[in-house]
Design a binder for this molecule. Structure first.
Ligand code: NAD
Length: 464
């Protein structure tokens, strides 16, 4: 029997790959998607964004119920944790959503090949299953969407027991007594928050003198204070040089400071692209010096009709960026048009409160000597924030001094991750602060804080 032929074979069924597969099928392509996991959805769905958000929600409810309901006049006694049930719920959420992708594949007539995909010099794809059995498929176009894995640092061996990545740290069989976290980025703060709420002592060791590098510094300073108040312990300017596992736990060595002992350590120092075993060298696909696959404006690699998107290329390592790139890539293949605006990418940290940003930060603008105007509004001036007892935090709007165009919005506070969507749309339409504040915002909602921050840019804030 001849090998099956597809218009497009996608390697990787994460948010980049599976979304690209659906869009390509909508556009009339005959599509196959190769993934070594039975559960579709990639790192994001199986062991990343979704399970972490499930545990963030459960652990937040536990903390609110055990500590903060008194303020609402609700007395709750004897709150206890059924941790296995919490884990089970998380797994059910993952299974439901993964099953949803399988159904979408079926609906869109996308074939899932179970196994590792590798590209051959003749541009066919070999799929090797767990038992070592192989299948070959012929691809007119190939899209690499294999994502990333946790990176490490010299002296830290991720294969050792009690030296964990986010994958293990989302499935501990019980809360560790003392969890050390290396890195105060997205993963360190989100997963560190989960375990602190569930009773662990959490020490975050961060190389820099601040948390959340890359995010607006004023936002990060506020976040640092809030998390410390919540009980996360930070050791900034702490460069980890090694981790030694012992009988009881781990010892984390640092440059110029005492070692830290903990029961487990979560290594959250960034991620590295997954390009091993794909055949990229054999086919001649070029990579940069950090191992990312280089692509042109059409997401085409150095080899014709082989494309790459998501965490394997040097763009922000975010699920929603991978999705946008996957759609743009297949639209370009089929229609010749497709576009991702990298200047308007929202970023959200799902802690409590949430932290969200889009566009330029103040330090970006200062570095670029870009003249800007700034409006800040504190949630303590927002009625809804008081009603829900979450009046800490602020919205900051930055706008161009000459053109008035919004350049960036930065939020720490209740539901910041949803509020940033309005700001992202505004920026996408090249809005000014006036466009935002002349738009009617429902009362009483948290979104009025965005409107007030826009008003503040023009010195006409009402509730501040
Ligand atoms: P990150 O890049 O956000 O943070 C890594 C941190 O580790 C940095 O603060 C860095 O200074 C620190 N670090 C590096 N070397 C160190 C050392 N030797 N000692 C101490 N600290 C050190 O990385 P992450 O938190 O691992 O996240 C990885 C990726 O996953 C990110 O690109 C992020 O975009 C993505 N992610 C996103 C979300 C979200 O959107 N909510 C959630 C989780 C992960």
């Amino acid at each position: 029997m001849p090998n099956p032929t597809y218009d497009l074979v996608i390697i990787g069924a994460g948010p980049g790959g599976y979304v690209a597969a659906i869009r390509a099928a909508q556009l009339g392509l005959n599509v196959a998607c190769v993934d070594k996991n039975k559960q579709l959805g990639g790192t994001c769905l199986r062991v990343g964004c979704i399970p972490s958000k499930a545990l963030l929600e459960s652990s937040n409810l536990y903390e609110q119920t055990s500590k903060h309901l008194g303020v609402h006049g609700i007395e709750v006694k004897g709150v206890s944790l059924d941790y296995p049930a919490m884990l089970k719920r998380k797994e059910n959420v993952v299974a439901t959503l993964s099953g949803g992708i399988a159904a979408l594949f079926k609906k869109n007539k996308i074939t899932h090949y179970l196994g590792m995909g590798s590209i051959n010099p003749d541009k066919t794809v070999t799929v090797t299953d767990d038992a070592g059995k192989t299948k070959h498929v012929v691809a007119n176009n190939i899209l690499i969407a294999t994502g990333s894995r946790a990176a490490s640092i010299p002296g830290v061996d991720l294969s050792l027991d009690k030296v964990d990545t986010s994958t293990e740290a989302l499935s501990y069989d019980k809360p560790p007594k003392h969890l050390a976290v290396i890195g105060a980025g997205y993963i360190g703060l989100e997963i560190g928050s989960v375990w602190r709420r569930l009773g662990s002592k959490v020490t975050v060791l961060e190389y820099l003198d601040r948390v959340l590098p890359g995010m607006d510094a004023e936002l990060a300073r506020h976040a640092h204070k809030v998390f410390e108040k919540q009980g996360l312990h930070f050791e900034l300017k702490s460069r980890v040089t090694g981790v030694k596992p012992g009988k009881q736990g781990v010892t984390i060595e640092r440059d110029g400071a005492d070692p830290v002992k903990a029961d487990r350590v979560l290594v959250a120092v960034g991620r590295a692209p997954n390009t091993e075993g794909l055949g990229v060298e054999d086919v001649g696909i070029e990579r940069d010096d950090r191992g990312y696959i280089t692509v042109d404006a059409n997401y085409q690699t150095s080899v014709e009709s082989i494309y790459a998107i998501g965490d394997v290329i040097p763009t922000p390592m975010l699920a929603h960026v991978a999705e946008e790139e996957g759609i743009a890539c297949v639209e370009k293949i089929v229609t010749g048009y497709g576009h991702v605006d990298y200047s308007v990418i929202p970023a959200v940290v799902f802690t409590h409160p949430e932290i969200a940003s889009v566009g330029r930060s103040e330090s970006d603008l200062k570095d670029e000597a870009h003249e800007y105007k700034k409006g800040v509004f504190n949630f303590r001036g927002n009625g809804r924030a008081h009603a829900i007892d979450q009046a800490d935090g602020f919205v900051k709007v930055l706008a161009d001094k000459k053109t008035d165009r919004v350049l960036g919005v930065h939020i720490i506070g209740p539901d910041a991750g949803s509020l940033i969507a309005e700001c992202t749309s505004a920026m996408q339409y090249h809005a000014t602060p006036e466009d935002i504040y002349r738009t009617c915002h429902a009362h009483p909602t948290l979104s009025e804080a965005v409107k007030e921050a826009a008003l503040a840019v023009d010195g006409r804030v009402i509730h501040g």
